[in-house]
Design a protein around this ligand. Sequence first.
Ligand code: GLN
Length: 313
Amino acid sequence: MASVEIEDIRKQLPNWVKASVPYASSGKVASYIPELSKAPYDALGITLLNTNGEFASAGSCEMNFTMQSISKVFTLVLALMDNGEEEVFSKVGMEPTGDNFNSMLKLELVRPGIPFNPLINAGAITVSSLIHGSSQEEKSERILHFFKELAGNDNLKCDTDVFRSELDTGHLNRSIAYFLKGNGVLSGNVEEVLDIYFRHCSIVVNCADLARMSLVLACDGTDPLTGKVLIPRRFVQIAKTFMTTCGMYNASGEFAIQVGLPAKSGVSGGVLALVPGRYGIGVVGPALNDKGNSQAGVYLLETLSREVNWSMF
Ligand code: GLN
């Protein structure tokens, strides 16, 4: 029998989604990656998964979308597993920026010129360069394999249209990467690193995939549904801390106050959030607010957190 809490959530969820959808109209679907602009602006979906494997879903939860910046949490974890903490944090900092996710400003202004954190583009591109593998293909393959394990879904794959679209138009990311190369932060071939980065941003998921991946983080690295340890606890702790301080870009402070859960968003409108020890949550709502977070998705998470009293703080 399903637990009382998830039964209650199941009953309310369609109403909360319905009340959140109108907020999408004041947001905008990302178009700087042209392929992303095809997403329906007023779609909104959510899936929650608890440690007993019970789901609650509503709205467009079966819609497919690319992970975009949400993938950065998990490439960080893989880079930590490959290299250890000391090596990773010699190349990437631990502080929020207060700037946009694709800003280069502080790379030049603040010494020693390493990205402020692994969840902004500069940091995530650096992290991509740290993934182990004997070739670019093997590195991308290892990332995809890791994501499949976390999602418990062997069918995850890269959306090559979105990947190509970003490869063709990712001029800002390309300039960040060359700047990092010039600073001696990024080693290896810049175009190969960008290929790895754009590819993991383009991995396709739905809300259930995100919920399962975040449930592993909620359970300190062990998948509660299989009992398998997928991530060392310390690295989950690091990932959750970054999600709390930097996961919603320069709206992370407001999100911590209004929702109070570790979370990570992406420009496709996806948001991954978790309730420690209890729930993994996947949300999608393609229309973004001016900080680059899902407009209706954030409103929905605010509603959930308030109604179920989930803030960690
Ligand atoms: N692939 C996107 C980019 O690099 C990811 C950014 C995001 O989701 N905020 O611009």
